[in-house]
Design a protein around this ligand. Sequence first.
Ligand code: 5AD
Ligand code: SF4
Length: 470
Amino acid sequence: MAYERTELPRAQIEAQEAVAHRIAARFAAEGRRPLALVDTYGCQQNESDSERIRGYLAEMGCGFTDDEFAADIIVVNTCAVREHAEQRVLGNVGALNHTKKAKPGQIIALCGCMVQQPHMAERVKRSYPIVNLVFGPHELWRFPELLERVLNERRRVFAVAGSEGTVTEGIPRRRDGQVKAWLSVMYGCNNFCTYCVVPYVRGRERSRRPEEILAEARELVAAGYRDITLLGQNVNSYGKDLGSGTDFAELLYRLNDIPGDWVLRFMTSHPKDATEKLFRAMAECEHCAHHLHLPVQAGSDRVLRAMNRGYTAAEYLEKVALARQYMPDLVLTTDIIVGFPGETAEEFEETLRLVETVGYDSMFTFLYSPRVGTVAAGLPDPRPKADKQRSFERLVALATDISSQRHAAYVGRTLEALAESYDASADWPLTARTRNGRLVHCKGGAALVGQFVPVRITGSTSWSLFGETV
Ligand code: 5AD
Ligand code: SF4
């Protein structure tokens, strides 16, 4: 696939910031400070994009609210990965009819993966007249300009042209937390798994330059962030488009040199590109969590082939064994799709067997959802929905069983965990995460937030641990 990596000139972002400041001046002249609400669906990349939208909104002089009736500007950042996510978005946007009626000047914007699909942009255009602005992930960098057009021209603006995507540096960002931070290392995906819409809406794989990533990580650690998660659809192909010789394992080593008490996580890894070099780097880098999110998707070789995953179940299991050799304390999580078109009941049994063999710490399980334009959406899909649902429930029950057992094995141990947040009204007010990524609900004080503390594990469920700070 011939694709030339392009980086947006910084001057373009500076021009957008100038537009944002012009909008701020206009609001100030009108004597008002508009309130904005950004509602995010889907993955961590979307969370990260929403931080950039809030960054721009802050430069426009907006304040922020959680109340849809109070908001002057509502931005809904959408997801397209499954139909369920799209239905939730459309339902909630429909409900904004009430807020707009109560506040006629309200501006409603839709962005993200769902509206990057031409059929969805068309549907919004036709059936959701309350929406003023629609822009896809490739146009996020020029959100100020798009919003200014809505303000000036008082007509609907749609910016969803297809694109391979660029790398944009320097967009202002308003981060959600003070302890945990997202750090994108690459955008897009080249894998074209046959069920997945992501390569169509997020464009080709493109990596940020290592110097940019290192500078951002240094700033985050200096600002007191203690938990940095590197983001990419497939971090293991990081750097392939750069030609600079820095692959993902080397990026981990370089990040690991940043001094301080902080932990480095990343997601997602594609099994076909997970190498021994990566496992060694994870084991050797003391900042790096021993956590691998390694989506297997299915346990049958025929289904894996039909999904275009590029590995067999045996190859996957070999990689897991190798990773555990390097990191005996490895926390392993995965994604699984049940009911891929043509998956038989016997083939589903192979998924159950693989799950039992691996023993995941936790699993994200999904019923297959056909996506417009993907190869799988055109495959025969004879298995009745009720059958798939039963299989799905069996998988969930098995996953719950395995994670309960794995979590129970922690009880009585004392582990170091990073206290992430505090909620005085909760029975277990402190939420913490072990170095390797397990969630622990703790007894402990608010002053501990942002610190690594020893936690004695006193209880467990299938989804988390309970403990006391010692
Ligand atoms: N249907 C169901 N699940 C899907 N995923 C991606 N596309 C689909 C689809 N069409 C799941 C995969 C992926 C996770 C993020 O979402 O398991 O790893
Ligand atoms: Fe989708 Fe496959 Fe790319 Fe993941 S690796 S985003 S599942 S195409």
